[in-house]
Ligand binder design. Sequence first.
Ligand SMILES: *[C@@H]1O[C@H](CO)[C@@H](O)[C@H](O)[C@H]1NC(C)=O
Ligand SMILES: *[C@@H]1O[C@H](CO)[C@@H](O)[C@H](O)[C@H]1NC(C)=O
Ligand SMILES: *[C@@H]1O[C@H](CO)[C@@H](O)[C@H](O)[C@H]1NC(C)=O
Ligand SMILES: *[C@@H]1O[C@H](CO)[C@@H](O)[C@H](O)[C@H]1NC(C)=O
Ligand SMILES: *[C@@H]1O[C@H](CO)[C@@H](O)[C@H](O)[C@H]1NC(C)=O
Ligand SMILES: *[C@@H]1O[C@H](CO)[C@@H](O)[C@H](O)[C@H]1NC(C)=O
Ligand SMILES: *[C@@H]1O[C@H](CO)[C@@H](O)[C@H](O)[C@H]1NC(C)=O
Ligand SMILES: *[C@@H]1O[C@H](CO)[C@@H](O)[C@H](O)[C@H]1NC(C)=O
Ligand SMILES: *[C@@H]1O[C@H](CO)[C@@H](O)[C@H](O)[C@H]1NC(C)=O
Length: 607
Amino acid sequence: MFRGLVGRAAALLGVAAVASAATTIVVKGTSSHPIPPLLYGQMFEDINSGDGGLYAELLQNRAFQAVKPGKTLVLVDRDWNALQAWAPVNGGNISVVADSVPVSAALPNALQLNIPGGASGTIGFANQGYWGINVNSSWTYNASFYYRFPTASGFNGSATIALQGTDGQVHASTQIPISGSQTKWAQVTAQLTPSSTPSNINNTFTVTFDSAAGSTINFAMFSLFPPTFKDKPNGMRADLSELLLSMKPSFFRLPGGNNLEGQSAATRWIWNNTVGDLVDRPGRMGNWGYTNTDGLGLLEYLTWCEDMDMQAIMAVWAGYSLGDNSSVPEAQLQPYIQQAIDQINFAIGDPSKSSAAGLRASLGHPDPFLLTYVEVGNEDMNAPDSYHYRWHDFVTALSSAFPQLNWFAQNSFSYDNTPRNGVTYFQGEYAVTATNASAVFGSTDDGRLTWPIVQGSIGEAVFLTGFERNADITPNLVGFDAGAVYPSTSFYVQQLFSRNKGTDYLPSTLPTANGTLFWSVTSDKYAKAINIKVVNYAGGTEDINFQLSTAVGTSGQVTVLTGDPKASNTPANPTTVVPTSKGITVGQTFSYTAPAWSLSVINIPMS
Ligand SMILES: *[C@@H]1O[C@H](CO)[C@@H](O)[C@H](O)[C@H]1NC(C)=O
Ligand SMILES: *[C@@H]1O[C@H](CO)[C@@H](O)[C@H](O)[C@H]1NC(C)=O
Ligand SMILES: *[C@@H]1O[C@H](CO)[C@@H](O)[C@H](O)[C@H]1NC(C)=O
Ligand SMILES: *[C@@H]1O[C@H](CO)[C@@H](O)[C@H](O)[C@H]1NC(C)=O
Ligand SMILES: *[C@@H]1O[C@H](CO)[C@@H](O)[C@H](O)[C@H]1NC(C)=O
Ligand SMILES: *[C@@H]1O[C@H](CO)[C@@H](O)[C@H](O)[C@H]1NC(C)=O
Ligand SMILES: *[C@@H]1O[C@H](CO)[C@@H](O)[C@H](O)[C@H]1NC(C)=O
Ligand SMILES: *[C@@H]1O[C@H](CO)[C@@H](O)[C@H](O)[C@H]1NC(C)=O
Ligand SMILES: *[C@@H]1O[C@H](CO)[C@@H](O)[C@H](O)[C@H]1NC(C)=O
């Protein structure tokens, strides 16, 4: 999901609907501070967002990375089932083996198919995708795999690759020539164009053989891609990218929060393990106990940011692992600082001066990417003692190598009490994850919401009004499965804030800190408009009288997100709560009634 991990954001206030007098909000005519262009963006967290999510690869466990041959149990000693997502077809004997001649140093494992002697009919194996495969007859799929015969055989025929429903219906199929004399790895490719679109995503990708009884064949590095965002090979899902684009995010934080850290220093995210040919990427066991393919690597992240017209906020590992809460001693930091320098050079360096930048150029992107912000570490405040020297040593070395960049520390505290001393804080993640305060503020994983609910999302909106008031800062929501995307209530909250962030903050009457009505007013010098966000975190309506100090027109627009506080947008009911817009009469003074549990964005033209 595009969400943070823990709710450290909006208080879920104990609320009762109390009839109250109208609130008067006086808005000043002059701005106190500009709204940074990068106020709203997205962060990447690899739970459901890279492999099986944003990254468009359809096959799960495509290269048997970070699994042990023979392991069949899930999550024993953090090992994933070696055959995760794979199943035999018609009695094909499949197993994951350590190949004596691996396809690459990075990918030691292969899938071995033994077709019993005397077997007849169509025999092979299937991949179930990431809990389904979206088969669409408007699309052409690019399929590929590597194969070799460990022992030369007389087989000379073909593999049939297909997309099939679990009912056995074949939606697409093609033949790939396969030779038993091929004892070295060979990559084969094919395209699949379905002749029909099944009614659901319960489909599999199959590789089967006829008349190959007695054959043993090894396979490695499978891939199956649908059309991608901007048709980039090894690219991103088009539907998710387009939905996120509709939020007009100004930045994207990569490569995630906990995803950066790893369980230990050895299993941290290492940028140069994520670039180059896919067979040269070892992948790694991610923080949540399943393999990351790293097919979505540093170059893909940066390219996607470029294609989405977002700035990258790139994080570098800063010597701390959340999994074992261990910090690298100061005397041993240098290699990690050098890796961070190399990583930044990969993004923005000069190919004639840096080999990492030269690598970027050799991979087809000689020009530097747009990068001005680098986050040093993630959740490193968990080890405040070591963060003092780690932050100091990293930022000293990195500032000297890249004086043009800005450095961010992630911060999870509230902003109104934050001194304005020139330090910029980065609110990397926020999300309401549960419906009660103890769960929100506690550190346990219990009680999390599966889908954002209106109450939680309106709570996030409360938080975002404080965000603009203290706009030296920042955040991240979309549910999806293999077939579709489901914008959540929280997605719409962020979309409304992001699309209406304005350019300048206009101070106004301060909300009552322990109240349930919150607001933030900005002006937009380009759109020549005033944007008022009003959040009513209560079960009753709230009357408001606005008094503006700026000359404005009379025809405004209000967009409202509201619903039953427990309502969610779910795959079964994806449009339960969506924003609605209508005209509203405004003026220098005007009244507005905020519905219960609502975010209203009022756009007022300046005259
Ligand atoms: C299945 O294949 C594995 C290794 O590829 C082999 O060790 C095993 O004997 C085979 N089992 C059968 C029933 O053929
Ligand atoms: C199939 O793809 C087309 C083109 O991208 C899209 O308009 C359509 O909604 C898709 N069909 C399904 C069932 O997802
Ligand atoms: C394999 O089969 C193809 C056609 O089916 C044929 O052209 C080719 O000569 C065969 N190769 C061998 C080594 O028999
Ligand atoms: C898809 O397959 C799963 C598991 O076999 C099953 O529980 C589910 O009902 C299927 N869904 C549809 C729409 O057929
Ligand atoms: C699929 O293959 C075609 C033809 O080689 C190529 O133009 C296209 O970019 C590829 N798409 C993806 C997503 O790899
Ligand atoms: C990655 O880069 C580091 C130095 O930054 C180097 O020590 C290491 O060998 C590189 N790894 C790969 C796989 O290239
Ligand atoms: C992590 O280690 C630091 C000491 O380096 C300690 O202060 C902190 O309490 C530890 N945090 C956890 C969650 O164990
Ligand atoms: C709140 O959530 C916590 C954590 O899931 C749970 O232990 C507690 O019982 C919940 N309290 C209420 C009032 O629902
Ligand atoms: C809110 O705070 C004010 C001032 O601190 C206090 O008088 C009032 O009782 C509080 N209201 C609630 C509902 O806690």
